[in-house]
Design a protein around this ligand. Structure first.
Ligand SMILES: [Ca+2]
Length: 376
């Protein structure tokens, strides 16, 4: 019997008024998952550690260099935000990285517009690293505009007059001890903010960072991960100034590769069968990537968003003292992890070492506006 016949009509109709997806195609292709009979995210999809029934919730500031991979993370965070379930995005700060900060602001605005989200303020941020300027001479993975050079109709960026660095400070002051910062790009904005206001380390609750490596595996140089390589000084400032005063969770590149890598067939066959406004944009901006790379598909930013939104995604993490190589001829930007505790320094970050891939897949479907799945 087709899965759609087993569903309560309510979920199909509830979600179908603005989204369309091929339930049978999706359900037949996700092993270990079954569709739920409720449109609201069940606790195993959405469990951020807060008890919203007691009035607590996460206040989340997203710092992004969007980026097609950031778009996935943004949609996942927006799904959490819109579910009114203890997760509030207070603002989005932009930073250069995958593309210029101007393009990033355009891209963030475009993502927000697709889901008619007009109440989250967006701020324009740093357009270069703290020391020198990162110049990407290689062909940009995300295209020159960060969104795959997909010839999308022009869109005016909707940004606030305040700078991203000011915005970070403003939100830290507004939510003392409660602010979570999700860092999806180079850490320049956050480093500038804490240099200006050192007491931020006592105001910010927790920071989730996509960046760095723990086994020397590189993705932009032989030994360095992109976000840390683009501004290693900023990464150093953040690690040295925030940890261990507030919780820093780092998702290193190796964990992304081991547990976040999905097949091209899954991306096109499962997510590609979801007919939503979210997927309409994602398919366009990822078209060149999906044509160029036909084996695997990895959107690291979404892995980190899943770790933040659902604490059950993180299957293993361990605390270490971490810093960043700033002067190595071959290793500038590489994260240095004191795995043997030789320095006898207090740990300043939790390294995320293993994630639940099945749960992550279910959250990608949810982020895309598709049905909610749970584990069997
Ligand atoms: Ca990013």
């Amino acid at each position: 019997m087709p899965i759609s016949h087993l569903l309560g009509e309510s979920i199909y109709q509830e979600t179908a008024h603005h989204n369309h997806f091929d339930v049978d195609a999706i359900s037949e292709n996700i092993n270990g998952l079954t569709i739920t009979t409720t449109a609201a995210p069940p606790s195993h999809i959405f469990n951020n550690g807060e008890d919203h029934t007691n009035g607590t919730q996460k206040y989340v500031l997203i710092d992004t260099d969007a980026g097609t991979e950031d778009a996935w993370a943004l949609y996942m965070a927006l799904a959490a935000h819109r579910s009114n379930n203890g997760f509030k995005i207070v603002g989005i700060t932009t930073v250069y990285g995958n593309t210029s900060v101007e393009h990033v602001a355009n891209n963030v605005t475009r993502v927000l517009d697709t889901v008619h989200e007009n109440n989250i303020p967006v701020f324009s941020g740093m357009d270069s690293s703290m020391v020198g300027k990162y110049i990407n001479n290689t062909q940009r993975y995300h295209g020159q505009d960060g969104f795959g050079d997909a010839s999308l109709p022009p869109i005016p960026a909707r940004v606030q007059p305040r700078h991203s660095v000011e915005a970070i400070i403003k939100f830290a002051d507004a939510y003392p001890g409660k602010l979570t910062i999700l860092c999806l790009g180079p850490l320049t904005n956050l480093a500038m903010a804490v240099k200006f206001r050192p007491d931020l380390k006592n105001l910010v609750k927790e920071i989730f960072i996509l960046g760095g490596n723990m086994e020397g595996l590189g993705n932009v140089t032989v030994s360095s991960e992109f976000n840390f390589f683009v501004d290693p000084e900023a990464a150093t400032v953040v690690l040295n100034n925030f940890g261990p005063y507030c919780t820093i969770n780092i998702l290193p590149w190796e964990t992304c590769v081991k547990f976040g890598t999905l097949s091209h067939a899954w991306r096109t066959g499962i997510l590609g069968n979801i007919r939503t406004k979210e997927m309409n944009l994602l398919n366009k901006i990822e078209a060149k990537i999906l044509t160029t790379y036909q084996e695997n598909w990895l959107v690291s930013d979404a892995v980190l968003a899943a770790c933040l939104i659902n604490q059950n995604v993180i299957k293993k993490s361990d605390p270490y003292h971490c810093t960043v190589e700033l002067s190595g001829q071959h290793t500038r930007g590489m994260m240095i992890v004191d795995k043997c505790f030789l320095q006898q320094k207090q740990s300043n970050a939790n390294l995320i070492l293993e994630i639940d891939q099945v749960l992550y897949e279910a959250m990608l479907v949810w982020a895309a506006g598709g049905p909610v799945f749970s584990k069997k």
